[in-house]
Design a protein. Structure first.
Length: 257
């Protein structure tokens, strides 16, 4: 029986800024419907790897594929712009700092891309926005502006906005790290719901409890390489690598302060 093709396939990813190597020949595959957490110390290359998936932070070397499409194709500028705009419709990304348009209402933030990029009518985009806002528990805030929302609510709107494009994969870059502790769980609950629906997700996180209980696989990165990966039970309870052990020990000590 042949192995299924990877849904997301990162091949020999390298990224340098001058002489600084941030990613050192990383190869990584994610299956359709898999939820993968990437953990590691600051500066380990986690966010750089995540941003490389949709070519927001282009690689110095290597390839990134989504199904049969190479995302980071080398193309003339105009062809590349058309290509990447098309590909990014299949990749939802949620950032640390929400990135909502402050001058637009929640409704307008969520309907803008479907109307602009997919050509949806006002009515179709409205129905889609209501569906996604209901999913994240914010339908009653549809006419609010971001200034009237809490940090957790802003992040849930950002998730609804990404989901409105009906992406094939969702990327979360430290989605809860800018939130007050009491707001973290409301965002985590939305992500747990997406996991239950088998949405393919790659999550850079410092929330070890979330990674352990929700994710199918955990990847530990340090100094631009994948040091260790495996099921959450293995990584969190019985890691093989000393660097993984030290990181988790420090993280636990900080959490208990």
């Amino acid at each position: 029986m042949t192995e299924p093709k990877p849904f997301v396939n990162i091949r020999n990813a390298q990224k340098s800024y001058g002489t600084l190597e941030v990613l050192k020949d990383i190869s990584l595959q994610v299956a359709r419907g898999e939820i993968v957490a990437i953990i590691g110390p600051s500066g380990s290359g986690k966010s750089t790897l995540l941003r490389a998936i949709n070519d927001l932070d282009p690689l110095t070397g290597g390839e990134v594929w989504l199904e049969d499409t190479q995302i980071n194709k080398k193309l003339p500028h105009r062809q590349y712009e058309k290509h990447i705009n098309q590909v990014r419709q299949d990749i939802g990304m949620v950032f640390q700092h929400f990135n909502l348009f402050p001058h637009l209402s929640v409704r307008e933030n969520v309907t803008l891309a479907p109307k602009l990029l997919k050509g949806l009518s006002d009515d179709a985009a409205e129905a889609l926005a209501r569906e996604q806002l209901d999913k994240v528990g914010l339908l009653d805030r549809i006419d609010y502006y971001p200034s009237r929302l809490s940090g957790g609510q802003k992040q849930r709107v950002a998730i609804a906005r990404a989901l409105a494009m009906k992406p094939k994969v969702m990327l979360f870059d430290e989605a809860t790290s800018a939130l007050d502790p009491e707001l973290v769980e409301e965002v985590n609950l939305v992500m747990k719901k997406l996991a239950e629906e088998h949405m393919t997700m790659i999550i850079v996180t410092h929330e070890m409890g979330f990674a352990e209980t929700v994710c199918d696989r955990v990847i530990f990165m340090d100094k631009g390489v994948v040091v260790e990966e495996g099921p959450p039970s293995k990584i969190f309870r019985n890691p093989d690598n000393e660097r993984t052990q030290n990181f988790l020990r420090k993280h636990l000590a900080n959490a208990n302060r």
